[in-house]
Design a protein around this ligand. Sequence first.
Ligand SMILES: C[S@@+](CC[C@H](N)C(=O)[O-])C[C@H]1O[C@@H](n2cnc3c(N)ncnc32)[C@H](O)[C@@H]1O
Length: 288
Amino acid sequence: MRLNEIKPENCLDTMKMMDDAFVDLVVTSPPYDEMREYEGYKLEDFEKIASDLYRVVKDGGVVVWVTGDQTVKGNESGTSFRQALYFKEIGFNLFDTMIYLKPPRGAVGDNRTYWQSFEYMFVFSKGQPKTINLIKDRKNKESRKGDSGTKRLPDGSLYQHNRGGYEEYGRRTNVWEYMIGNGHSSSDKIAHQHPAIFPEKLAHDHILSWSNEGDLVYDPFLGSGTVVLMAMLNGRNYLGSEINANYCEIAKERLRRSRPSTESRTKESQTCVSKETQTHEQLRLLET
Ligand SMILES: C[S@@+](CC[C@H](N)C(=O)[O-])C[C@H]1O[C@@H](n2cnc3c(N)ncnc32)[C@H](O)[C@@H]1O
């Protein structure tokens, strides 16, 4: 199967063409309940899609499943939990339940509840993840070098031990907050023609966390192409499936506009995300 393509089709058809253990990382967000229809397309065949994902993901590969629940008459669907438990039933390990925190917007949920402000990011792995590159950008209260000392044990003897130090920055928490909407989720105006994009930085951060350069990243529900764009810009191979031809065109256009600048952006993005986004924007301005 050729890599680095967008497939204008049902993800089930794309996965049929993949060998077993083909993909290193899946980052995706399926349609949620009946919240949006994507011009007629909603999530169908969830069980079959989940089983195919299990087949095509490598041992140690990861699936990041970003989802939420619809509330009808004060009753949440619970679909996200049902899906998470189904992934476990078919063999995936639930490595972490992460939260995608975003500013509350619009009439999400029920106005008698607290204002809805997050979605789940379930991180499943086939066995234990083979790649873990934790992002360390949370400033510790203090930094300290490691040292060694002695400690007296209950029997009076002295025990020599090493105390670990703290770096200036430690690993993040598993709650990731992103601004959303125009100019935040993506600086691509065309991306916003899709009704439900997730932030480029969210895709970027998962791609860096659970894959290495040269790995294959797949998004079965590609939408406007956020995941393949971030994969390409970070030196990963990619594949994406999108059933809606109009959205496919948006995704292809986003890739086309960014392609010439891939090399320079890859180096930047490994070190600093915000700087990377800025460079991306500058290069685009030069292009137009
Ligand atoms: C929540 S959106 C994904 C948005 C994407 N994360 C982005 O940033 O643009 C889900 C997408 O899945 C597509 N879709 C629904 N069923 C599909 C299927 N079986 N195969 C491929 N795409 C599908 C819909 O058309 C919709 O664009």
